[in-house]
Ligand binder design. Sequence first.
Ligand SMILES: *Cc1c(COP(=O)(O)O)cnc(C)c1O
Length: 825
Amino acid sequence: MSTVTSSAPVATPANPLVPAFEAALRRVLAQQGAEGSATAPAAFSAAALACREVLLQRWADTQAQDAQAAAPGAVSTSRRVHYLSMEFLMGRALGNALAALGLAPSVEAALNNESLSLGDALEREPDAALGNGGLGRLAACFLDSFAELGLPAFGYGLRYRFGMFAQRIQDGRQAEVPDDWLRLADPWDVPRPELRYHVGFGGRVVTEGGARRWVPAERVVAEAHDFIVPAHHSQRVATLRLWQASSAEPIDLQAFCRGDHAAAGRHQLAADTLNWVLYPDDSTEAGRLLRLKQEAFLVSASVQDMVARHLRQHGSLDKLGRFEAIHLNDTHPALAPAELMRVLLDHHGLNWDEAWQITREAVSYTNHTLMPEALETWPVRMVEALLPRHLELIYEINHRYLQEARAAGADEGMVQRISLIDEQGERRVRMASLAVVASHRVNGVSALHSELMVQTLFADYARLHPERFHNVTNGVTPRRWLAQANPDLSTVLDKHLGTGWRQDLAQLQKLAPLARKAKVVAEVQAAKRANKLRLAERIRRDLGLVVNPDSLFDVQVKRIHEYKRQLLNLLHVVARYQAIIANPDAAWVPRTVVLAGKAASAYHAAKGIIALAHDIARVVNSDPRVGDKLKLAYLPNYGVSLAEIIMPAADLSEQISTAGTEASGTGNMKFSLNGALTIGTWDGANIEMAQAVGEEHFFIFGLRTEAVDQLKALGYDPRLYIEQDRRLQRVLAAIGDGTFSQGDAERYRWLVDSLTQRDTYLLMADFADYLAAQERVDALYADPAEWGRKAVLNIAGMGGFSSDRTVAEYVERVWSAQSLPPAPR
Ligand SMILES: *Cc1c(COP(=O)(O)O)cnc(C)c1O
């Protein structure tokens, strides 16, 4: 089957890239053919290497343009952006590059000549999975928008040797397998050996001539590897700069000559460890020191790179804050302000006030979670051991900040709450506090989340600095998530709206009036059906399960987390299963429930949910009384490439987090953009989506945030809900008595106990309303014309959820020179 981007801008003979590109492609193919290996992997690397040559030229042109724009005397309204993130969930790059360059048709023709297919070649590329989930994928969408908007911007991250683990399912349980994504030399990797910086760890701080100087015990070298991200409608590119550690002293020759080879290589080993793995989750204590080291490494290399470039272009540092923006994607890079202060004070001799002014101008921060267990703090002793000079600077920042707060009337209770150091128990550095205090702008990622952020987590800071806080709702790139993932739907949109939606997603609103036209609805539905066939084939291939492509595809794919409530979804599946068995001849609307997602390796409750899903699937899918009235498919190894197949094929998108827990979500946007209807709670960006689409075209259910808070304040007792609901009792009884676990009643005892005793995420309270919403879903699906009309209206309402809009808002309110207070003179 072909995944060719048939609706991408077509390479006409006028595409000036084609001749050189085809020559390069033929050269590489011939080389490999000569070695007798003109296979799909060879086709992939040939096409990738040919793209790379074009991209390198564009990269050089972009650099030259930016250097000119930043030259003294040139007027620059947007500063250069340095987007620091521990995660970039990029996925595959070849399909995107070919679409951006308009070269897909000519590559396809060239490969067909060699009896190769482009679809197969695209499938050979490993996903670059340098991230866990939504946060990393957001960073990847931003890079695409940076390029598209022509913003002078760098993404900065780490070049993990092993990214997000690959998920295997063994006996219905998750097993984690290393993801060796660099096993085939990465054709996109552009090593920049000339960009090298030293990063120190440990040691002590000495006073020399009245100044403090850090003498690290260990030094590693950070070397840049660039990954080029092309724009789709211009020659511009954005750069993702990934740092690779190597030892400043790769071999200790004396130790080697003594014959102590382990000691001779220890520095190199320590450096390699830095880039070894992306931590699948930071919820475990294990390896936290290494994680802190990774964060410090990313921050130090990136800040040094920025300062060096600024000095090359401007000759002095006094305007650094006005020309360079540093953005913190969550708190993981929150050491950046401390590192910038260190460089400005210790290496360049600025005084405190100058350095702090520059730092505050440069730094801004996005908060991604309010959940207390996800908020990053580091034991003071750990920071002291690894980064003694940074700790001194954090203390000094804190001291001055608290003094100011006291002068502004803060009482001691407030001072304790806003301090960068948590003094309760083991003293810890609060990274979110450091990020807020050092930033001139702080934002949340949806209207609700930003509001809750200033009401709860940052309430004290918001009272002191109301002007600092604002909202920028997330978005997704329509190039990857619509044009590339869904060529069939794109063709329909092109026909009725023109092709401009790729650059200006707001044009989707022109689709709304067409929802009344049966012909347009039918075309959109035909595209959906083709995508459902593609997903059904994938389910058959991966699971050996045959599903009915005309059944309602009910999909929940995302990280497995208790707050996202995949368990609530499973409770509905069991309730439906029991109802079907009780009444097999009723007019059931056939459903295929699709789940996918990884659980953090140490997150036992999440792994239990994966196991339960597989146990339920085994029973339901093999019950002859059920047939295709209900199927449950758990697709393994969720990632960007799988999402690109799943999103376009969904009829129903499950966005069912407990209100107040999902900061924004971006999966919700991808689904709706591809014509799924949403069943969802009043949470995160679901709210803004429902408002944009029309609430009557959404299946909204469940308690809202205020009701959740009230219920908890009154003392929530899940048993009150269970007592009232026979269906809930039957569902819990079946899970608890071994119906799905081969008679093993112990297997899910903990889960049923936790639901009946605590139910932290209020599944019991929302169950009845969730089932009622599912009944409305069935009723509507039984009316295909009406369902199709609403699907079209959902697409039409998604114009505001492009990451281009998101990035444009950051530029306007955070990253442009205009967003800063007037320069002191
Ligand atoms: C979009 C995306 C996410 C985020 O999904 P949410 O539903 O917003 O949590 C996570 N992982 C992948 C691979 C994605 O593409």
